[in-house]
Design a protein. Structure first.
Length: 197
């Protein structure tokens, strides 16, 4: 059923291409003959494209777009791209402000976190999952089991959250970092060039 909807949408888009081609050509004051010379496409093919008698193809639309100096999506009437920004409300928990960078439930979650200095002593916790941290600015203190580590700008850490852990500022300055958290224990995969021998 969904496939039929997609086919109907495609047909509707393709049916609009012909009238759009004619309108753009006329707006530019070009004749079919002049467009034929500029594109190398025969007048009869151009006429059939504009009347809907010929199905548009990339091989035909690219030279026409080039001749009219318009983007291809203007010829086919591509829908405008939606706003790509993630708009989410910050989550404030004590001295920590978390800005969600993902807006889907479940699975891997990403946050930008700003942690302000706090007086209370660190308290390690455990829970299901796997976390990856990357420091953007400041210094991040990570207590992980028996380890006490300080991460600086550009440093990263990853760990199983079933190990007792705590993280926050390493000094009296705020720390800003990215946190990727997988509640089901998804590990992060970092791709890097292999070292040359």
């Amino acid at each position: 059923m969904e496939c039929m909807d997609d086919d109907a949408r495609l047909d509707a888009v393709l049916n609009e291409v012909g009238p759009r081609l004619r309108r753009i050509r006329r707006e530019r004051g070009a004749t079919l003959g002049a467009l034929s010379e500029a594109t190398g496409i025969s007048v009869s093919t151009l006429s059939r494209l504009e009347s809907g008698g010929r199905r548009p193809s990339l091989e035909l639309l690219l030279p026409i777009a080039r001749a009219h100096q318009v983007p291809l999506d203007e010829l086919v009437g591509a829908p405008p791209v939606g706003d790509p920004r993630v708009r989410s409300k910050p989550i404030v928990r004590g001295h920590r402000t978390m800005y969600p960078l993902t807006n889907r439930p479940g699975g891997l979650q990403a946050y930008k976190v700003v942690h302000r200095p706090a007086e209370e002593p660190p308290e390690q916790r455990t829970h299901e999952g796997y976390e990856w941290l990357y420091v953007l600015s400041g210094r991040l203190r990570l207590l992980l089991g028996d380890h006490d580590v300080v991460l600086g700008q550009g440093e990263a850490a990853e760990f199983d959250t079933r190990v007792p852990h705590w993280f926050g500022t390493a000094d009296d300055q705020p720390v800003e970092f990215l946190s990727l958290f997988g509640p089901q224990g998804e590990r992060m995969h970092v791709r890097a060039k292999p070292k040359r021998g």
